[in-house]
Design a protein around this ligand. Structure first.
Ligand SMILES: [Zn+2]
Length: 255
């Protein structure tokens, strides 16, 4: 069964030397990957990659460390136009990042809410980034009860997850394989497989045994193995169910 990477950044400069080879390999060995935009430029690059390759899909959005001061009408129009592209499957990654704090909490919340409103207008799922901001993130997500999506690289507890479990999938990636990943391992044990999607966040967060090196979408294999061992089920079941989840999330391959 072929694997899916629901969150990667193949437009990153770390792939400039061998992007073509990597994408060729993906087209032969993987079902599809979703390339995630994090600002206006990367969103454009994401669409370009998706238009050239049938098994790459794109998302567009502005990450909380990449936002400006005000969310302008121009920003809105630019995002909206990109979101109408047929290979764009979601709005994101958007959210809150209180670790880097590049902008104040208020500015971050404003961009987050404005982009959530755009997702509502265009009926798109959202890809959420949250770092050291779980409570505020969940509070804002709960304001938008008609929106669904994925919390990428979910850092919280199962208990927090239950607050939004009806609308959200939870992205599990390389962190689950790290030696100090107690919270994530406990989370995986408790969350139903039906709410998990697999991701790499390539080129970041490389799983064991390659931790520290450049990440690749094909390394979802190690994440799948880790989940199978934590949940004491076979790898094929993990792939079958999480692939199904990924297709539902991004509405890919539905009739
Ligand atoms: Zn990412």
């Amino acid at each position: 069964m072929k694997l899916i990477d629901t969150h990667c950044h193949l437009d990153n400069e770390k792939y400039d030397i061998d992007r073509k080879e990597i994408i060729e390999k993906i087209s032969k060995t993987m079902e599809f990957v979703v390339n995630i935009g994090y600002d206006f430029e990367s969103s454009k690059r994401s669409i370009e990659l998706a238009q050239k390759n049938s098994n790459i899909y794109a998302t567009v959005g502005v990450h909380p460390t990449e936002i400006g001061d005000n969310f302008s009408n121009e920003n809105y129009m630019e995002l909206k136009e990109m979101l109408l592209n047929e290979k764009v499957v979601a709005l994101g990654e958007i959210g809150l990042d209180y670790h880097w704090m590049t902008k104040t909490k208020e500015i971050q919340k404003n961009w987050f809410r404005k982009q959530m409103e755009l997702a509502r207008e265009l009926k798109k799922p959202v890809v959420i980034h949250t770092r050291e901001a779980i409570k505020d993130t969940i509070d804002i997500l709960k304001e938008f009860k008609d929106i669904y999506g994925v919390i990428h690289c979910y850092p919280g507890s199962y208990e927090s997850a239950t607050e939004i479990i009806d609308n959200y999938y939870f992205g599990v990636g390389g962190v689950s394989t790290f030696k100090n990943s107690k919270t994530t391992v406990e989370f995986i044990r408790q969350i139903p497989l039906e709410r998990i999607v697999i991701e790499t966040d390539s080129p970041y967060l490389t799983p064991e045994p390659f931790r520290g090196k450049r990440n690749l979408p094909e390394y979802v294999e190690y994440v799948v193995e880790k989940i199978a061992s934590i949940k004491e089920i076979d790898v094929e079941t993990v792939i079958a169910i999480t692939n199904e989840n990924a297709k539902k999330l991004y509405k890919i391959g539905e009739k």
